[in-house]
Design a protein around this ligand. Structure first.
Ligand code: ADP
Ligand code: MG
Length: 252
């Protein structure tokens, strides 16, 4: 059974059609990479899956498995999708001044856990849980007391997204160019984090420009998105081919 199934998705922003008949199927435990030139609609796709209200779906469907049944994802608001385990790591992570990482994460964690029938954690228990995840990800403990993303370096912001992923334990994670702007060491840290968080039940979508990230996180499927559609799919070798020959020959 698919965790996510997208059929003939058409979507527009401010009257301009950006996605033009996109199909995608993701099974539990799979890592998919979505590559493609700038402006092809990769970020648009991720925001639509997460439920960004500015985008209008004009045709097609997105279904997502909840309790072993495919549900119409488009009928759920963004916060409901997050509670069902959909997580989007932004290309440009937002700063939340005045809110500590620990408070922010605990609020998000408790909202998801209580919806899924689990127990909420108080500040003390959550502090233990958070520290355990930081150690697991080999991240400095001071991350949790800092204000969300405020004065974080590019690499720290991206690692903070991975921390959020570890805490919230999403079933579907979409990482939009989490590798962009990272030096090799930060890239390796981010990639190690993602690899550690992979389970047979959860699925990960990596949106990336470069094959470099895919040296560290090996995808099961690689797709090329161009002008609002997936124009070809393959295994990890497709990413190597793109690195060598570019997109041109795949698009035509
Ligand atoms: P990618 O992530 O693949 O680079 P995007 O999904 O960001 O592509 O963009 C797809 C298309 O949507 C592009 O043509 C881009 O110009 C357009 N677009 C993206 N954001 C906006 C916006 N806020 N307003 C108008 N057009 C936008
Ligand atoms: Mg983008």
């Amino acid at each position: 059974m698919n965790l996510l199934k997208i059929d003939d998705l058409h979507a527009s922003l401010e009257g301009k059609e950006i996605l033009k008949g996109l199909n995608l199927e993701i099974k539990p435990g799979e890592i998919h990479a979505i590559m493609g030139p700038n402006g092809s609609g990769k970020s648009t796709l991720s925001k639509i899956i997460a439920g960004h209200p500015d985008y209008k779906v004009t045709q097609g469907s997105i279904n997502y498995e909840v309790n072993f049944k495919l549900r119409d994802l488009l009928s759920l608001e963004a916060d409901a999708r997050a509670r069902e385990g959909i997580f989007l790591a932004f290309q440009y992570p937002v700063e939340v001044p005045g809110v500590s990482n620990a408070e922010f994460l605990r609020a998000a964690f408790n909202a998801i856990v209580s919806h899924q029938g689990g127990e909420e954690m108080d500040a003390l228990d959550f502090d233990h849980y958070l520290k355990e995840k930081l150690r697991f990800l080999e991240m400095p403990l001071d991350f949790i007391n800092r204000q969300v993303n405020l004065d974080f370096s590019g690499g720290e912001k991206k690692r903070n997204e991975i921390l959020q992923m570890a805490i919230l334990a999403p079933r579907l994670s979409i990482l939009d160019e989490t590798d962009s702007g990272l030096d090799v060491d930060s890239l390796r840290l981010v990639a190690n984090g993602v690899n550690k968080l992979k389970t047979p039940e959860n699925s990960i979508v990596l949106i990336t420009h470069y094959q470099r990230l895919l040296e560290y996180i090996v995808p099961d499927v690689v797709h090329v998105l161009f002008e609002g559609k997936i124009v070809c799919s393959g295994d990890k070798n497709l990413a190597l081919e793109i690195e060598k020959r570019g997109y041109e020959h795949l698009i035509n």
